[in-house]
Write a new protein. Structure first.
Length: 167
């Protein structure tokens, strides 16, 4: 498996492949709603990459996209992140690699904090967050959504390690 930055010219193919590799349940967990098909406007938003305020990384196996992680700027130095991994590749380290690569890219672009929303029922994603982003702040929002916030310059402390083990 290879993880690399995704460029706008090739984003359509990658977005289509990953979307079609998601089960209805995985689509629900990713988009927080039932999404039976990728509409033209959704596809435009997901493929709109500019290399600075809207960037993505793709995981590929034998040149076939198996996952995408996206970053969209929400401020000068903050960005929202989102992740999707096709069902056959879930829980095999793809999400970990994508999030690590996206974090490095975000730091290279001078972002200082990443954030995203995860449905409370999406326990695999919450475990991934705890593993990849030690010390992430988790805040319960409305509709069983958990807001994840992670400062990129975070230094792991003993207290954070103990809290992570308890969580």
């Amino acid at each position: 498996m290879k993880v690399r930055e995704l460029h706008a010219a090739e984003a359509g193919h990658a977005v289509d492949a990953v979307f079609h590799g998601l089960s209805p349940r995985s689509r629900y967990l990713r988009f927080h709603a039932p999404v039976p098909r990728l509409t033209a406007s959704m596809r435009r938003r997901l493929t709109d990459l500019d290399g600075r305020r809207k960037v993505a990384v793709v995981a590929e196996c034998r040149r076939a996209p198996v996952g995408i992680a996206r970053l969209i700027a929400t401020g000068e130095d903050t960005a929202e992140i989102a992740l999707a991994v096709v069902d056959p590749w879930q829980r095999k380290g793809v999400g970990t690699e994508l999030m690590a690569a996206l974090s490095r890219l975000a730091a290279d672009l001078d972002y200082v904090e990443l954030h995203g929303d995860v449905l409370g029922e999406n326990q695999p994603m919450l475990r991934l967050v705890a593993r990849v982003f030690p010390g992430a702040r988790l805040t319960r929002e409305e509709d069983d959504v958990i807001r994840v916030s992670y400062p990129l310059n975070y230094q792991l402390t003993h207290e954070d390690l103990v809290a992570g083990l308890r969580w």
